[in-house]
Design a protein around this ligand. Structure first.
Ligand SMILES: NC(=O)c1ccc[n+]([C@@H]2O[C@H](COP(=O)([O-])OP(=O)(O)OC[C@H]3O[C@@H](n4cnc5c(N)ncnc54)[C@H](OP(=O)(O)O)[C@@H]3O)[C@@H](O)[C@H]2O)c1
Length: 276
């Protein structure tokens, strides 16, 4: 698929991966509808791309607001039904689940899982009437490998992967296709703080946002259904789906190490293991 003159809506366009996607897709001549929360960063990205000769508009939306996705669809449709919709907006929580605030759980599930579903729901009838389109969902390795200290984030990405897979099967033959991509650790703002320290200490394999964006662009051009990142991560995901207890064991030591690096106290031993 040649992306020149194709209309592409990107949520999370102000983030590391989304911004790299916007620049690379602009270079390919796509017409861009860029969404993020209203911010000077969104405006300056649009201004920069327009200056470089690209077609780009800003469609600000707060996707933590349950009405945000529908509002974004309402603003996007008069500008032209997109040929490709890249659901890239995301937020993350790292730490003990017992310590997460209720509002964070709600906002994270809303941004990462519900808003892509709601935006898809709002645009899908028009895509189906036209008989073409590609929905791209930016998931994560954690959408197949549930990780300790990332419980809410893992849950949101599992939900997103399930939605994308079911929808791909449901839309088979309709002309509307689905691509699910699962990046591994990527150097962006999402990981600032403890996750970045852990990656540094453990020499975790990582990608730049530009590498991830380039792979996503190729996946779109080639009409791929999935794009996974990292062979070791893929192996872990496969073992996890076949034999999760093996991964439980493998992650036990790593979780202790993550806690130590992040300064999170070890989990208290259960009452029964204390022999009381
Ligand atoms: N970085 C990684 O290691 C990694 C790995 C696997 C998957 N991913 C996924 O890749 C995607 C992009 O993440 P990134 O690494 O590029 O992170 P990032 O730099 O933090 O960017 C996140 C993007 O999501 C947007 N966003 C967050 N909350 C929002 C809200 N309430 N309403 C609207 N937009 C909101 C941000 O917009 P604002 O600028 O307005 O905040 C920003 O554009 C996410 O879905 C993430 O889960 C990342």
């Amino acid at each position: 698929m040649n992306l020149r003159h194709h209309t592409i809506l990107i949520t999370g366009a102000t983030g590391g991966i989304g911004e790299a996607l916007a620049r690379q897709l602009a270079d390919r001549g796509a017409r861009l509808q860029l969404s993020g929360r209203a911010s000077p960063q969104l405006d300056s990205l649009v201004a920069e791309l327009v200056e470089r000769g690209a077609e780009a508009i800003a469609l600000p939306a707060d996707l933590a607001d349950p009405e945000g996705a529908q509002r974004l669809a309402n603003h996007c449709l008069p500008e032209g039904l997109p040929d490709v919709i890249i659901h890239c907006a995301g937020m993350m929580h790292f730490g003990d689940y017992a310590d997460v605030r209720g509002g964070t759980v709600d906002a994270l599930m809303q941004v990462n899982a519900l808003s892509p579903m709601q935006l898809t729901r709002a645009l899908l009838p028009a895509l189906q009437r036209r008989g073409s389109g590609r929905l791209v969902f930016v998931g994560s390795v954690f959408g197949s490998l549930a990780f300790p200290l990332y419980a809410t984030y893992s849950a949101s990405k599992f939900a997103l992967r399930g939605f994308a897979q079911a929808l791909r099967r449901e839309l088979d033959g309709s002309g509307v296709d689905v691509t699910y991509v699962a990046p591994r650790f990527t150097d962006t703002r999402l990981n600032q703080g403890a996750p970045a320290q852990i990656a540094e200490h453990t020499k975790m394999a990582r990608d730049t946002p530009e590498q991830v964006a380039a792979a996503i662009v190729v996946a779109i051009e080639q009409g791929r259904r999935y794009r996974w990142f990292g062979w070791a991560e893929r192996l872990f995901m496969t073992v996890n789906s076949l034999w999760p207890s093996l991964i439980d064991k493998a992650l036990r030591k790593q979780t202790r190490q993550m806690r130590a690096i992040a300064g999170i106290p070890p989990t208290a031993p259960s009452l029964s293991s204390r022999g009381t």
